[in-house]
Design a protein around this ligand. Structure first.
Ligand code: SAM
Ligand code: SF4
Length: 341
């Protein structure tokens, strides 16, 4: 791997609303070793391997975006660390960190494989990771993730600390499931020096169950937290959609990602690449362009860049997440594990 684009420098990426695209999220697999209840059905059918971008194709597309001014890459999935040979992609992308073209490569993970990979990730230039953790109770962890084991993830966190990776914890707020644990999660994460971000459930893809049952507005979460903690408004931003507060008692930060109740589209700087090479312009809309086709049809860099330019014209002004109350079906049919959360 290590393909270098041969073309002249290209212009940066700007959409019709003047937003500069500097952040690419990349799903490297739709597979996962967990089956979180809000994310996947227990019996998922996964994509045939030939449909997935190869690691070389992933590198080539990422590099094309870097040459167009993308400064941040986030590797996600599915569970990115279950993709075979995934470390070779991280190692290959690190050349853009070394050249200064890329500011950072980050990872979103469930932590199951972190014990094995934390050190190598750090060596490949990764400095920050997001780890999804919805509960600190082993039984509950098993019932939320269906297949996961809390202890393994805790070992992964220890390995991340030992490797010097900065960790942020993402917790999906689930009504009637983990809402009694939020104070504990704040204590746990802040004691370990991690930020904690709460995420509202997003209606993406069919799961086994009724999503309107899982939905817990973060406005409610925030109100409840204020009974226990002093939340100070913070202008801290990570370039993502989270809004942060500082908890006076711990000095740590808590973020809120509220796609359903709050619109963060006006500052959106990101696009998402699926593991099959479809570029989605918005997590909550279906505007997309296929980048795999030009690659597999042998198009040179010009063809790839032309497809990326075409995609920029499609980025919508905002999103439209709805759970249809009659059908109880999500407005966006694809699973988060395909687009990458
Ligand atoms: N497997 C990795 C993980 O769990 O972190 C990366 C992929 S996962 C799809 C990325 C993030 O999306 C996780 O934090 C997960 O909790 C979140 N997520 C998945 N489905 C969701 C949904 N329907 N609503 C809100 N967040 C969701
Ligand atoms: Fe897997 Fe992450 Fe989805 Fe859970 S949220 S099933 S860990 S992809």
């Amino acid at each position: 791997m290590g393909y270098s684009p041969s073309t002249q420098p290209k212009s940066g990426l700007e959409d019709r609303f003047g937003r500069h695209i500097t952040y690419l999220r990349v799903s490297v697999t739709d597979r996962c070793d967990f089956r979180c209840v809000y994310c996947m059905a227990e019996n998922m059918s996964f994509l045939p391997r030939r449909d997935l971008l190869t690691l070389e194709e992933l590198d080539r597309i990422c590099s094309a975006f870097v040459s167009r001014g993308v400064r941040k890459l986030r590797i996600t999935g599915g569970e990115p660390l279950v993709r075979k040979n995934i470390m070779s992609l991280f190692r290959s992308l690190s050349r853009h960190l070394e050249s200064g073209a890329l500011e950072e490569v980050t990872l979103t993970t469930n932590g199951s494989q972190l014990k094995r990979f934390a050190h190598d990730l750090r060596a490949a230039g990764v400095r920050r990771i997001n780890l999804s953790l919805d509960t600190l109770d082993p039984d509950r962890f098993r019932s939320i993730t269906r297949w996961g084991k809390l202890e393994t993830v805790m070992d992964g966190l220890d390995a991340a600390d030992a490797a010097g990776l900065k960790v942020k914890i993402n917790t999906v707020a689930l009504k009637g499931v983990n809402e009694d644990e939020f104070n504990n999660l704040i204590r746990f994460t802040h004691e370990r020096g991690y930020d904690l971000t709460f995420i509202e459930t997003m209606p993406m893809g069919d799961v086994d169950g009724d999503r309107t049952d899982q939905y817990l507005p973060l406005s409610v979460v925030r109100e409840r937290l204020m009974d226990h903690w002093t939340l100070q408004e913070s202008d801290y931003r990570t370039g993502g959609p989270a809004r942060y507060v500082t908890v006076a008692e711990t000095g740590g930060r808590v973020g809120f990602i509220t796609p359903l109740t709050h619109n963060f589209c006006e500052s959106c700087n990101r696009v998402r690449l699926t593991c099959t090479g479809t570029l989605y312009m918005c997590l909550g809309q279906n505007d997309k362009v296929d980048l795999r086709a030009p690659l597999r049809e042998g198009a040179g860099d010009e063809g790839l860049h032309a497809a990326i330019d075409e995609a920029m014209l499609l980025k919508p002004k905002g999103h439209d997440f709805i759970i249809d109350r009659k059908t109880r079906k999500p407005a966006v049919a694809r699973h988060m594990s395909v687009t990458g959360g």
